[in-house]
Design a protein around this ligand. Structure first.
Ligand SMILES: Cc1cc2nc3c(=O)[nH]c(=O)nc-3n(C[C@H](O)[C@H](O)[C@H](O)COP(=O)(O)OP(=O)(O)OC[C@H]3O[C@@H](n4cnc5c(N)ncnc54)[C@H](O)[C@@H]3O)c2cc1C
Length: 417
């Protein structure tokens, strides 16, 4: 059996589900399919240690796609961000008054995932095939009329049914042999995207030889909605304020070998080492969740498309979590795509035209490049042992803090305000 859609999304996680919801905001007439190998419909996502710092720009989209009210109930607010160097007397602080509002929210990612899924269940024009796999993909496929079940009267006004066009641009065969015909494919299958590999899209990769250890803590002192990023020799340590004023999410990045040693410590020594790193700033601390670890690697696709398939989210660029920007970057790419498709529909053009694909590639790649360079530089300048760079960095931190224009620029770049 064949079914017709406008867009088929492979990978129904953060980027895939957000893209589906955002695209239905562009036009309720767009018919979207999501193929996801995990059972996202019946099973709630479990905690994986990661709490995402969500920028104001991303929160705007959360409101548009209808998940804001659900996630905000679980969110911690960032009013101030303090960036410190392990030896420096200078530090950089970004206050909410600098931007006239909060600096973003901290949300454990499983809340976001479940809210996206709940919203998807309410949308009639999104069909989820999960758990399911694609077996074969053919581009520029001409479906046989008798295979196509979509009737002309079922098809929304300005979306041309593929059966009437006599061809579709991508046909995905599922493991149960069902065929999904669509105009455009979105590869949202993550940092180690199989689709990127199958279509031999070259990547630039960089192993940071660092591991992020993530977990939640309970502490005696209130966090006062302050997020800390402490730059330590092996990598940064972030303290992210959760909704409960006495709980924070910790992202402790260390060199791979050190991370293994840290993870093998018993609880007492682990907390002791943590306290040393955060200089007892939160009072007595207790670990209240499982610890999860993520080896850090940059993967950047050299182009963000193949034929009628676009790479979105980590499949296009998986960045260092130093600035908590991976999912925010995916959202920025989704916004770019939505605007291009909106314009194409408005002008009566094909949503998968060469110009839509090329513009997406150009704009999303540029955004990713800027983020990769920023996170890469940030990670390496704070890692450096060079005295001159360290001095310049420390003086720089103090200076930026004093100059409000510069501070605003940094906040804008990091938070998407
Ligand atoms: C330690 C850490 C902290 C982070 N903190 C932040 C933060 O504070 N803020 C932020 O914005 N970002 C953060 N990130 C980045 C964020 O986690 C990622 O950018 C985000 O998860 C990417 O989502 P995605 O949907 O592109 O990929 P994924 O979440 O990896 O999803 C890929 C999906 O594709 C599915 N899939 C794969 N292959 C197939 C197939 N063949 N068929 C069907 N489905 C398939 C998978 O099952 C999965 O559901 C952090 C990352 C790390 C490691």
């Amino acid at each position: 059996m064949s079914q017709n859609f406008d867009i088929t999304i492979i990978g129904g996680s953060f980027a895939g589900m957000t893209a589906a919801l955002a695209l239905t905001q562009v036009s309720p007439n767009l018919k979207i399919a999501i193929i996801e190998r995990q059972d996202i419909l019946k099973t709630d996502r479990k905690r994986d240690g990661r709490a995402y710092a969500i920028s104001s720009a991303s929160l705007k989209l959360f409101k548009e796609i209808g998940i804001f009210d659900e996630v905000v109930k679980e969110a911690g607010v960032i009013s101030d961000i303090k960036i410190t160097d392990y030896k420096s007397p200078f530090f950089l602080d970004f206050l909410s008054r600098d931007v006239g509002g909060d600096l973003g929210l901290i949300i454990e990612n499983f809340h976001i995932h479940n809210a996206l899924r709940n919203q998807i269940l309410l949308r009639e024009n999104i069909t989820v095939f999960a758990p399911n796999f694609y077996e074969e993909i053919e581009f520029d496929f001409r479906p046989r009329h008798e295979d196509v079940v979509t009737r002309e009267e079922d098809v929304p006004e300005f979306v041309t049914p593929h059966s009437l066009r006599g061809r579709c641009d991508a046909a995905v065969t599922l493991s149960n042999k069902n065929i999904l015909n669509s105009k455009l494919l979105l590869a949202c299958d993550g940092r180690f995207s199989k689709l990127r590999e199958i279509y031999q899209i070259p990547t630039t990769q960089k192993k940071y030889h660092q591991t992020a250890i993530v977990f939640n803590v309970q502490h005696k002192n209130s966090h006062e909605n302050v997020a800390y990023e402490k730059f330590l020799p092996g990598g940064p340590l972030a303290i992210l304020p959760m909704q409960n004023k006495y709980q924070s999410s910790i992202v402790w990045i260390a060199k791979d070998n050190d991370a293994q040693a840290i993870l093998s410590l018993d609880e007492e020594n682990f907390v002791h080492q943590l306290q040393k790193k955060i200089e007892n700033s939160l009072g007595d601390v207790q670990v209240i969740s499982q610890k999860f670890s993520y080896p850090l690697i940059l993967v950047e696709a050299n182009k963000f498309y193949h034929e009628k398939m676009l790479l979105i989210g980590d499949a296009s660029a998986g960045v260092h979590p130093i600035a908590g920007q991976g999912f925010n970057l995916a959202i920025s790419g989704i916004n770019i795509l939505c605007n291009l498709i909106k314009n194409a529909l408005f002008c009566g053009q094909d949503i998968a035209s060469k110009s839509v694909i090329e513009e997406y590639n150009k704009k999303a790649k540029l955004g990713a490049k800027k983020m990769i360079i920023a996170t890469d530089i940030l990670n390496s300048i704070f890692e450096t042992k060079s005295f001159s760079i360290a001095l310049a960095r420390d003086v720089g931190l103090g200076l930026v803090n004093k100059i409000s224009v510069l501070k605003k620029f940094f906040i804008k770049s990091a938070g998407g305000f």
